[in-house]
Design a protein around this ligand. Structure first.
Ligand code: NAD
Length: 477
């Protein structure tokens, strides 16, 4: 980690000195100790990065698809070679257990890159429509990319690779909570030979670096992943310059367990998925909906399975969960658990405080609330910690109504014996992704949500199209 250019920004193909002297400590969430100090950017740093990206766009937008495919292949080679380093960094700054960092956090980066390469190969930048007109997809221009801390490489990959694929240039502002993986990512792109100015990185605060990007007249598009709060602010900032804004925001995803599902398997899957990454996933199935006739049995199963969830050190291999990413996140999760208790929900397992033996670090107890109704704050607010609520439903119609009764609409999960039945329920759900019986949505499938979960879709064909402008051309034939 020591080699990273923590006190510099990557602008125009070089590691440059920041404009100001502000710094921020990067805290290891297991030890609560600083592991690095990063430079925090100013509006001037953003101006420099945008100017480099604007200049590079003149050339990079004219490169051929084959040239960009070769570049992406080269990035893949370097990324895979340096993936151990990436996993170590993510574990140190995020607290994600090393097995999760290796097998998921880092792997998703190459997974998205491979899917981008495959999609780009099949992508038509020009077609003739039924009117006989030429329809051209042009790279949209300079893009501002802002990412959160919870699945850092996933979110950077879903923006940077499609943007490169279509010929955009960009300025990335990663989360200030987990900036180190992004610094390594910049090194990887540099080593792979991404031309100067095409990819730029400026660290800093959302309200300064992020907001300057969103307001910048030379930035044509903002692609943001993070909270609905920040997504709304970015949209407002981007309005005066009529930028395109794509948003991947929060969620409070339902997991409907239909009465014919294998109850033990369904509950086990639901709990494990909800607690994965210490519950810090936008698409986590945080509201488990169970038929009232099975509620008592489900509680007994959940209690047994939840007690098997181990908390442990991020540096140890295994399927345990680690600490939350930051003190701020720890306080937020504790506050919401307290609200759940005050609202009258019962704690089945977990609750307030740190697990025994984990006094240092942002560790929390994996927690399940029962006797929850969907109006409680604990059922409506995104907790972003290992906290599950179990809600009973009377019939299928009510299950669908509860599932949709949320300001969000990112993901929904269905567990069923009869898959066709699950598919018919799926048609009534207002969510961008529906996963039946624990199956995964593929890398090249669109990722994104309805309602307050955002707009636009990342990944696959739609992910490339989002970074394009469209030009219709008529001509004498
Ligand atoms: P956050 O919104 O606080 O921060 C995300 C990024 O936005 C950071 O880089 C931050 O510096 C920046 N930012 C903050 N305020 C800004 C502003 N005014 N202008 C511009 N940039 C600003 O979110 P977080 O705490 O880092 O991440 C957690 C949130 O992200 C959760 O709500 C989670 O659901 C969401 N998330 C969504 C997805 C998805 O794809 N839908 C994926 C992962 C995380």
């Amino acid at each position: 980690m020591n080699h990273l250019h923590t006190n510099k920004f990557y602008i125009n193909g070089s590691w440059v000195q920041p404009d100001g002297t502000d710094t921020l400590d990067v805290i290891n969430p297991e030890t609560e100790k600083s592991i690095a100090s990063i430079a925090m950017g100013s509006a001037k740093d953003v101006d420099n990065a945008v100017a480099a990206a604007k200049e590079a766009f003149k050339h990079f937008s004219k490169t051929t698809k084959e040239e960009r495919l070769a570049l992406l292949e080269k990035i893949l080679e370097v990324y895979e070679r340096r993936s151990d380093e990436m996993s170590q960094i993510i574990t140190a700054e995020l607290g994600s257990p090393i097995s999760l960092s290796i097998n998921a956090q880092t792997v998703v980066g190459s997974g998205h890159l491979k899917a981008t390469i495959k999609t780009l190969k099949a992508f038509d930048f020009e077609e003739t429509n039924s009117e006989g007109d030429l329809i051209i997809r042009d790279a949209i221009g300079v893009c501002g990319l802002i990412t959160p801390w919870n699945w850092p490489m996933n979110q950077i990959a879903l923006k940077v690779f499609p943007a490169l694929a279509v010929g955009c240039t960009m300025v990335l502002k990663p989360s200030e909570v987990t900036p180190l993986n992004a610094l390594l990512f910049a090194e990887i792109l540099d080593e792979a030979g991404v031309p100067a100015g095409v990819f730029n990185l400026v660290n800093g605060e959302g309200a300064i670096v992020g907001s300057t990007l969103s307001n910048h007249e030379d930035v044509q598009m903002m692609s943001f992943t993070g909270s609905t709060r920040a997504g709304t602010l970015i949209t407002k900032d981007a309005a005066d310059t009529v930028k395109k804004v794509t948003l991947e925001l929060g969620g409070k995803s339902p997991n409907i367990i239909l009465p014919d599902a294998d109850l033990t398997a369904a509950i086990s899957r639901g709990i494990k998925h909800c607690f994965q990454n210490t519950g810090q996933s936008c698409n986590a199935p945080t509201r488990m909906l169970i038929h009232e006739s099975q509620y008592e049995e489900a509680i007994a199963i959940a209690a047994t399975i939840a007690l098997e969830t181990k908390v442990g050190s991020p540096s140890q291999k295994g399927g345990h969960i680690g600490p939350l990413a930051s003190e701020m996140q720890f306080n937020k999760v504790q506050a919401l658990i307290e609200i759940g208790i005050k609202e009258g929900a019962d704690v089945l397992v977990g609750g307030l405080g740190k697990p025994e033996g984990f006094e240092t670090g942002y560790f929390v107890k994996p927690t399940i609330f029962i006797n929850v109704n969907n109006d409680m704050e604990i059922a409506r607010e995104e907790v972003f910690g290992p906290v599950l609520v179990m809600i009973p439903y009377k019939n299928e119609e009510e299950a669908i109504a509860i599932a949709n009764d949320t300001p969000y609409g990112l993901a929904a999960f269905i567990q069923a014996g009869d898959v066709e039945k699950a598919k018919s329920v799926m048609r009534s759900l207002r969510a961008g992704m529906v996963r039946i019986n624990g199956t995964d949505i593929g890398y090249a499938s669109p990722f994104g949500g309805y309602k307050l979960s955002g707009n636009g879709r990342e990944g696959g064909l739609l992910g490339l199209e989002d970074f394009c402008e469209v030009k219709a051309v008529s001509y004498p034939k």
